[in-house]
Design a protein around this ligand. Structure first.
Ligand code: NAG
Ligand code: NAG
Ligand code: NAG
Ligand code: NAG
Ligand code: NAG
Ligand code: NAG
Ligand code: NAG
Ligand code: NAG
Ligand code: NAG
Ligand code: NAG
Ligand code: NAG
Ligand code: NAG
Length: 674
């Protein structure tokens, strides 16, 4: 009996133990599940605790009452409920990136961009082996890129642009993090605008999937990084604003045949432009401006049918020879071209009429600061979308074609410093959106077209150093937006109209060295923004009007006129004044002794024989105190006489009134009594 009992007990106990163990294993399973979810939660709460108080308020939903997967910016896997995405981009969070982020072991996407995270990228990020997308752009992160990132073998997109990241710890891995060679899934790498230096390591040549590579605005040096030539999938390459030097390989275009965007400006490249660039039929944007390139601009660029942007300014392209502009004709086949800038080079020869055949999509045409001769062709009117025309600093001659006025989209015209002549076409007044018109330093003659008054948005009108005559049309004074009007060094006549006072935004008015006459208009006092006023070298007469309100004046030149009267005392209060020239006039009376009048190197009053006083170093005669005292006593006598006269007249008047009233009353008394 005892044995079977024991056996039953044993069986019962073992069943019990089995059940218990089953339960236990269940508990263990559940616990591991809970633990891992719990780890994510813990990691995020730790992450939050490293943020500023206001930032924590933004992540208010990160609390125990709300399920983890519904927290702001958190994305979970559908089955396992682990955190797979953390998107906190643009929330303006302040703080450091907690190392606990490395515990989010299921994370595929981490977006902390456009925040104020500072400090270093935590090494623990290297534990995120599932990470594909990492965006920490636009923060204040410093230090080096952690080597352990190379463990994130799934990483496809890495954006660390706009931070203060520096080179890797030199002793550890050399200058540039060599680790990237192991991240063969990498497609997009953006280190734009950091402080990285050194050379690009050969290991990146293995990143065959890379289509976007941007290391612009850093401090990289050396030749064009050779491993980049291996990245044949590249569609965007930007190495702008580093210190790369040396030449570009002749087979450049054959090695990188899929490029759409190629930006290499602001470096120190030398040698010629590789002709093979014309083989990259996908190319839309090409910018190699601000380097030291030589040779001609390839005419084969005409093959680039998708080209929108071609910028090669500030190099040494062309040899001042006539074939240097052949490319312009070829570019006619780039029918999408919107932007063409080859200014500041060594281009020479005649401006070809073929520029009229350039794309009608063109919005900017800049050939400035070369030695291009010839005249501007009539056919320029075809470029109907042109907004910027910059031909300044060349050897252009002849007349401006009136058809220029047909380009109604033009905003900025830079034709200064050439040999252009003839009249300024009145048709320019048809370009109503014009904001800058720079025609100075040419040989334009005739009068200023009054039609320019139609350019209601004009900010700068520069016509100085020409041969213009006639008067300044009053229509110019009706341009409400005008900020700078410069017509100095011409042969303009007549007065400076009173309507100049309508130009209330004017900061610079330069009419010096013309033949203007009459008084300085008192309405100038309305131009309260004036900083630069040059009226010198004309025939202005009369006194300086009351312009005491022009306290922003920095430059005032009234020299070489026939101005008279006193020097206004209020000028001592023009505290911004750096230059004052009153010389060669007929000013009289006392020179003030304060303000700018104390600084003889900043002001001049010579050639005014009736001035006196001033500071000692001016060596003028002292102003006679006697005369002024005599004047005041005379004034006193006059005041007394006049007052006495008025009193006498008043007395006479009152007595007359009294007499009249008395007579009337007598009359009425008489009437009543009758
Ligand atoms: C938790 O977050 C929810 C959602 O943002 C919020 O309504 C609630 O007040 C929070 N609870 C605590 C205790 O902060
Ligand atoms: C990351 O956040 C930024 C906003 O800061 C956003 O523009 C970007 O699209 C986000 N990336 C992803 C993959 O969600
Ligand atoms: C998570 O990460 C932190 C810091 O990196 C570490 O101290 C902690 O032990 C990790 N594990 C868990 C389960 O939180
Ligand atoms: C990273 O975030 C920024 C916002 O700061 C966004 O402009 C950029 O496109 C993102 N980069 C990638 C590769 O998604
Ligand atoms: C995470 O990364 C840190 C630092 O790189 C390392 O010490 C730690 O062992 C890693 N943790 C895990 C779980 O891999
Ligand atoms: C990186 O991966 C290697 C090998 O897989 C491993 O030994 C190392 O601990 C990892 N480092 C981190 C920080 O996870
Ligand atoms: C890159 O990978 C190779 C082999 O896969 C390994 O030997 C090397 O240590 C890795 N380099 C880095 C920097 O992780
Ligand atoms: C890079 O290209 C060169 C030839 O230009 C070749 O010799 C080298 O093996 C390539 N490197 C890689 C990693 O593909
Ligand atoms: C280019 O080289 C010149 C010397 O030839 C040097 O002064 C300059 O700093 C360099 N510029 C850049 C951007 O590397
Ligand atoms: C590339 O361009 C050069 C010069 O423009 C030309 O001679 C060559 O045939 C082109 N190669 C290919 C593959 O198109
Ligand atoms: C422009 O294209 C046409 C037709 O494809 C071709 O015949 C002509 O030679 C090209 N012109 C230039 C200047 O490249
Ligand atoms: C353009 O200007 C000229 C001369 O000022 C004028 O005769 C003509 O009517 C204007 N054309 C248009 C379309 O405004």
């Amino acid at each position: 009996m005892a044995l079977p009992f024991v056996a039953v007990r044993l069986i019962l106990v073992s069943v019990f133990l089995f059940i218990v163990s089953l339960e236990n294993s269940d508990v263990v399973c559940a616990q591991t599940m809970r633990l891992t979810e719990e780890t994510d939660k813990q990691a995020l709460l730790e992450f939050k605790s490293q943020l500023s108080e206001t930032s924590r308020a933004v992540l208010d939903s990160w609390n125990n009452t709300l399920p983890l997967c519904r927290w702001t910016g958190v994305k979970c896997g559908a089955k396992h409920k682990r955190v797979t995405g953390l998107n906190l981009g643009g929330l303006k969070l302040t703080g450091i990136v907690s190392s606990f982020v490395g515990n989010l072991s299921f994370l595929r996407s981490l977006n902390l961009s456009s925040n104020y995270f500072r400090g270093a990228i935590p090494l623990e990020v290297g534990n995120l082996s599932r990470l594909r997308y990492l965006n920490m752009s636009d923060n204040l992160l410093g230090g080096a890129i952690p080597v352990v990132l190379s463990n994130c073998s799934s990483l496809s997109i890495l954006d660390l642009s706009r931070n203060d990241l520096e080179q890797g710890v030199p002793s550890e891995l050399g200058k540039f993090p060599a680790l990237f060679g192991n991240l063969t899934s990498l497609k997009k790498l953006d280190f734009y605008d950091n402080q990285m230096e050194g050379e690009i390591p050969g290991s990146i040549a293995r990143l065959k999937q890379m289509y976007f590579f941007r290391i612009a605005v850093n401090k990289f040096t050396g030749v064009f990084p050779l491993p980049i030539y291996n990245l044949s999938s590249l569609t965007t390459l930007s190495i702008v604003g580093n210190s790369f030097s040396g030449t570009l390989r002749p087979d450049f275009g054959s090695l990188l045949p899929n490029l759409q965007i190629l930006y290499m400006d602001i470096n120190n490249f030398t040698g010629t432009i590789p002709e093979t660039l014309s083989n990259i039929s996908t190319l839309t944007h090409l910018d190699i401006s601000t380097n030291h390139l030589t040779g001609n601009i390839p005419s084969s660029f005409g093959k680039l049918r998708n080209l929108l942007w071609l910028s090669l300014f500030k190099n040494s392209l062309g040899n001042y020879s006539s074939d240097g502009l052949d490319f312009l004709g070829a570019l006619a086949n780039c029918t999408q071209l919107q932007h063409l800038d080859v200014g500041i080079n060594n281009l020479g020869g005649q401006l070809p009429v073929s520029i009229a055949n350039l794309s009608t999509q063109l919005t900017e045409l800049s050939l400035d600061e070369n030695l291009i001769s010839g005249s501007i062709p009539h056919g320029i009117r075809n470029l109907i979308n042109l907004q910027i025309l910059d031909l300044n600093g060349n050897l252009l001659t002849g007349k401006l074609p009136p058809s220029l006025g047909d380009l109604s989209e033009l905003r900025k015209i830079y034709l200064y410093s050439n040999g252009l002549s003839g009249e300024i076409p009145s048709s320019l007044g048809n370009i109503t959106r014009l904001i800058l018109l720079y025609l100075h330093k040419n040989s334009f003659e005739g009068s200023i077209p009054s039609s320019l008054g139609n350019c209601r948005d004009l900010l700068h009108l520069y016509l100085h150093n020409n041969k213009l005559n006639g008067s300044i049309p009053h229509e110019i004074m009706e341009i409400p937006s005008l900020v700078i009007l410069s017509v100095a060094f011409n042969s303009l006549v007549g007065p400076l109209g009173e309507d100049v006072g309508k130009l209330i935004f004017l900061t610079g008015l330069y009419v010096g060295y013309n033949k203007l006459s009459g008084p300085i208009p008192r309405t100038l006092a309305n131009c309260l923004s004036l900083e630069f006023l040059g009226l010198q070298g004309n025939s202005f007469v009369g006194p300086i009007p009351d312009v005491r309100g022009l306290t922003g004046l920095r430059f005032l030149d009234l020299s070489k006129n026939n101005l008279s009267g006193p020097i206004p005392e209020y000028m001592v209060k023009f505290s911004k004044l750096e230059y004052l020239n009153l010389s060669m006039n007929n000013f009289e009376g006392a020179v003030p002794t304060e303000g700018i009048f104390r600084n003889t190197s900043a002001m001049s009053i010579i050639g005014n024989i009736n001035l006196c006083g001033g500071i000692a170093s001016l060596r003028l005669l002292p102003c006679s105190i006697e005369t002024s005292r005599k004047h005041s006593s005379v004034r006193k006598i006059v005041v007394i006489c006049v007052s006495a006269g008025i009193a006498a007249l008043l007395l006479l008047f009152l007595s007359l009134v009294f007499l009249c009233r008395y007579k009337q009353r007598m009359k009425s008394i008489r009437v009543i009594s009758q």
